[in-house]
Design a protein around this ligand. Structure first.
Ligand SMILES: O=C(O)CCC(=O)C(=O)O
Ligand SMILES: [Mn+2]
Length: 199
């Protein structure tokens, strides 16, 4: 099956609708955006409450957008869009034929910085969320694991700088994803997930 934007190819996964564009941006654009994001984004070290204890997230984060969002039971105000983020948002919107009103940014400092298994299935994302995940900086492994059927093998993509992973349809309902920690020497990586939040 083909995507209207020929940079994307479909990842063969049952009960999911996932597309990957390994070279959505050129290497030159990717390096420029990486440096600009590192510099311009108001990166925060967040803590979450896990079993009543304050835990430092193993990455820096930032939220930009139009709508407040609930995260770990807290209502958070996003920061107003930066021109750079609006520029990236527009390029991703045109290619994915979908509009987004917020972006979560993650800065992974090294291989010990990761993200555990989860689905992006908060009610304010709707029943079938469309999420466009853009990567810059060091390549990392991006894992998928089926939620119901243990006979289906986990699937791993190495997400390249300048790449986009598009997750839509039933993907969040049926699969989890993660950025596993790694002992390999690993440089900094920036990821942006463009989302559409209601309410
Ligand atoms: O860093 C990534 O590629 C994944 C980020 C992610 O899953 C999220 O922000 O929900
Ligand atoms: Mn996610």
């Amino acid at each position: 099956m083909a995507h209207p934007d020929n940079r994307f190819h479909k990842i063969p996964m049952p009960d999911a609708d996932v597309w990957y564009a390994p070279a959505f941006f050129t290497p030159e654009q990717s390096e420029l955006y990486y440096n600009q994001l590192l510099e311009q984004v108001n990166w925060q070290q967040e803590h979450i409450k896990l079993f009543g204890k304050a835990v430092v997230l193993p990455r820096l984060t930032a939220w930009y957008g139009d709508k407040s969002y609930t995260y770990s039971g807290l209502k958070n105000q996003p920061q107003p869009w930066l021109p750079l983020l609006l520029n990236l948002k527009t390029q991703v919107e045109l290619a994915t034929n979908h509009t987004y009103n917020s972006v979560l940014l993650n800065l992974y400092q090294d291989g010990q910085s990761g993200m555990g298994w989860h689905s992006d299935d908060e009610p304010e994302l709707g029943a079938e969320p469309t999420i466009a995940s853009v990567s810059f900086g060091a390549p990392r492994r991006f894992g998928f694991r089926h939620k119901q059927n243990r006979a289906i093998k986990n699937l791993y993509l190495t997400v390249a700088p300048g790449s986009v992973v598009l997750m839509q349809g039933p993907t969040q309902h049926n699969w989890q994803h993660a950025i596993p920690k790694t002992a390999k020497p690993t440089g900094k990586r920036i990821n942006l997930t463009f989302r559409s939040i209601s309410g």
